[in-house]
Design a protein around this ligand. Structure first.
Ligand code: C5P
Length: 316
């Protein structure tokens, strides 16, 4: 904790969901071009940064959910990039990160931490980079980081993730998330995607259609209305389901019990369903939690909305 005279700056790095995810052919740089509609949601980590005593080194303490190491943490990589960009020694920082977003779950938690660190550290050091420069640094941290750095609540994301077109914020929505207790590496899911030879691109056109509807204001009234069509609009589903064989059974159980489509976010393993409000998502979650069968054993269920600050309801 910072003492008097050493102000602490805090942020709530929020999670994201991919409403669509179209993947192109792997490029020479090893990355796949993508087209996706990203949605920021209420579930968030907590990040605080304060100046450390002169002569000390940066210090990062990570608490909360497991899986986010100190060494090599994206927050420390963000500080390193800012120092490299400034070309000067910048004073040490004390950083506390409380993980509340499941790690390597398709929810962009680490990426959001990295984007928030870019913002808070700049404020702490009195640096004000132009937004376009921040996006360049964000893209170096990871493909999902520019979306969070751009600050949009919903956006069309293209290229390697660095081309962000903000879209009008949808009306309130409730989300019920189900996360299997397993980490899926984005790298592994993309590699499996390449090795599957179906050539099927499930998400074709849905990104444009949803983005156009949101842009015109037509899609924002009720995101849930889109759920049926968005269900198969993630090109990574087959690869994620092939790597984590419990996913198809979990989806079948969740859909059977809720009577709603469940979507995969990013490279998984988190699945989510759309509800009119967080209260309704929580009620559905509570009912589900009473009767989970084998497929859903060990899964964490969380209900949230688009704003937060916390999940309305959680079961694990
Ligand atoms: O950018 P990020 O660190 O999240 O990516 C992790 C890995 O996922 C990359 O090294 C790459 O193998 C794969 N990836 C990809 N195409 C993307 C994003 C990620 O192939 N657009």
């Amino acid at each position: 904790m910072a003492d008097f005279g050493r102000p602490t700056l805090t942020a709530r790095p929020a999670a994201k969901l991919n409403l669509t995810l179209e993947i192109g052919q792997r490029g020479a740089d090893g990355y796949h071009p993508l087209r996706s509609v990203f949605l920021r949601i209420g579930l968030a980590d907590l990040l605080s940064i304060s100046p450390a005593p002169t002569g000390t080194a940066d210090r990062l303490v990570v608490t909360g959910l497991p899986g986010s190491p100190v060494e090599g943490n994206i927050v420390l990589r963000a500080l390193a990039l800012l120092r490299e960009r400034a070309g000067a020694a910048l004073p040490p920082l004390d950083i506390e990160l409380e993980k509340r977003i499941p790690v390597a779950a398709g929810l962009g938690g680490g990426s959001s931490d990295g984007a928030a660190a870019l913002g808070l550290a700049q404020a702490c050091w009195g640096i004000g980079l132009a937004p376009a420069e921040v996006i360049v640094l964000a893209a170096r941290l990871g493909s999902d980081v520019p979306f969070f750095a751009a600050g949009a609540a919903v956006a069309l994301v293209e290229g390697r993730g660095e081309l962000i077109t903000a879209l009008p914020t949808p009306a309130a929505a409730g989300l019920l998330l189900a996360t299997l207790p397993v980490e899926l590496s984005t790298r592994d899911v993309f590699a499996r995607h390449d090795s599957l030879t179906t050539g099927a691109r499930a998400a074709a056109n849905m990104t444009d259609e949803l983005a156009a509807a949101l842009e015109s204001g037509k899609g924002s009234a009720d995101l849930g209305r889109w759920a049926e069509r968005l269900r198969d609009a993630n090109d990574l589903w087959l690869a994620a389901a092939d790597l984590e064989r419990r996913l198809p059974a979990l989806r079948e159980e969740l859909e059977g019990r809720t009577g709603r489509p469940w979507l995969l976010t990013g490279s998984g393993p988190t699945l989510f369903a759309l509800y009119p409000s967080a209260t309704e998502a929580a009620a559905a979650g509570a009912e589900l939690a009473q009767s989970l069968r084998a497929a859903a054993q060990g899964a964490t269920l969380q209900a949230t909305d688009l704003i937060g600050p916390d999940p309305t309801w959680r079961h694990s």
